[in-house]
Every structure is written in structure tokens, then in C-alpha cells.
Design a protein. Structure first.
Length: 233
């Protein structure tokens, strides 16, 4: 059986450019999501917009596992920086990912720990990290690429107080709304995964100014990186 790579974006803008690059495309709608199966260069891929938030993202990843039997899942998109050295336009690759809004503290668990699971910190695949880092260094030379922690929750982080709380409690490098849920589903299905995030804002009180201005460029950079990464696989 040939390998199929699943590529998930949360928004139409994040996957529309990839869809334009596909050949031999077939489209199937499952759970109100359109799965674009085709070839990107010489690789078989399935490109899909999950929708925003952890539930949409996890359902999408499970469908990629159950229906398309993907050999890896790559989640592309944008995020807010939690690390002062990671600036707008930079790329973060997931060393690991956690869900910052998982709170079972009342039952004796630490923040972000999912009760009765072996782990709540989901590690990105080392080979995929290496491929993405090399592709970024070769094709986006004006940007910095970091391997770090992605913290996800069903909240758009746009205030300094919440940002500081995330940094203090989870030591995250960027924050968004889907990655750790995809990582969670990939872990349960034993599928290698990688989260790729282009930084579009600083996840603080400046977010409302930065976000519209940098979103388009951040998405463009992610597409360049992903195409180069697939070529090297």
C-alpha cells in the first residue's frame, strides 16, 4: 500500500493554495469537511480544512486515519507567539503539543493532564521535524525556524494576562486552537504527526493590529515550506 500524507488546515485560506497545486483530484465530503485526495508532486496526499477548534480538528484527524489510512499527518497554519525570541513571520515546528484548557485539577491532576491517559504531552515525529526544518532553512532563508512547544485550546489568545499565564504554566512557544487535538488523535492511532505554525501575531494586546496584516504572508510561507518538505520525503 502506498503512503498517503494527510494535510490539515483550520481555515480555507490555509489549504486553498495547496488545493491549487494538486493533480488527479477526487473530493469526498465527510462530516461536513471536504477531503481533497490527489497528488502533490509525486506524493499522494489528502488536503482538508478541518474548521476551527479542537473538536473539528480531532474529528478530521480521525477520518484521515479511518478512511484514508494516512501514514502521517501534517497540520499547517498560523499561531500566536508565546516566546519573546519568536517573531512574526517565524516558523515553529512541534517538538511536542499539549491542551492548555484541559483542567482536572479538582481531581488531583496537573493542568493540561488528561485523566487516565498515559501521556498528555504529544511528541512530534523526529523525522518529520528534520525534514521540515531542513526545508525551511533551504527555502525560507529570511525566516527563523524553531522547534518548540505548541499549546492549544478553544480560545483565541489576545491578552497579555492570558499569554503570561500560558508561558508560566506550560512554557509554550506558540498558541493556537487545533494542533494538540490533532496530535492527540494521531497519538491514539499511532500515526506520526507534525504541527507547522507560521507566527502571525504576538498573542497579546497587539493581536488585533497584527493579525490581518501578517496572516496572508504567514500562510504563504507555510505552503512554501510544506511543498519543499514533501519533495524531500
Amino acid at each position: 500500500m502506498s503512503k498517503v500524507i494527510g494535510i490539515i488546515g483550520a481555515m480555507d485560506e490555509e489549504v486553498s493554495k495547496l488545493k491549487e497545486c494538486l493533480t488527479d483530484v477526487t473530493v469526498k465530503t465527510i462530516a461536513s469537511m471536504d477531503f481533497y485526495e490527489g497528488n502533490l508532486g509525486d506524493k499522494e496526499v489528502v488536503v482538508v480544512r478541518s474548521g476551527i477548534g479542537k473538536v473539528n480538528a480531532a474529528i478530521c484527524a480521525q477520518i484521515l486515519s479511518d478512511i484514508y489510512h494516512v501514514s502521517a499527518i501534517i497540520n499547517t497554519g498560523i499561531a500566536g507567539s508565546l516566546n519573546a525570541k519568536i517573531d512574526i513571520g517565524d516558523i515553529v515546528l512541534s517538538q511536542d503539543a499539549l491542551q492548555h484548557d484541559m483542567d482536572a485539577v479538582a481531581f488531583g491532576y496537573d493542568l493540561s493532564v488528561i485523566p487516565r491517559m498515559e501521556t498528555s504531552l504529544f511528541k512530534g515525529d523526529e523525522e518529520l521535524i528534520h525534514l521540515a526544518k531542513t526545508a525551511c532553512e533551504n527555502n525560507l532563508k529570511d525566516l527563523n525556524v524553531y522547534v518548540g512547544r505548541v499549546v492549544s485550546g478553544d480560545q483565541f489568545i489576545s491578552g497579555k494576562e492570558k499569554k503570561d499565564w500560558l508561558v508560566e504554566n506550560f512554557h509554550g512557544d506558540c498558541t493556537e486552537m487545533e494542533g494538540a487535538a490533532i496530535a492527540h488523535a494521531a497519538y491514539l492511532n499511532n500515526i506520526p504527526f507534525l504541527i507547522i505554525r507560521a507566527i502571525s501575531d504576538k498573542a497579546d494586546d497587539s493581536a488585533h493590529m497584527d493579525y490581518p496584516q501578517f496572516e496572508a504572508q504567514a500562510i504563504k510561507n507555510s505552503v512554501i515550506l510544506l511543498k519543499a518538505m514533501l519533495e524531500a520525503m
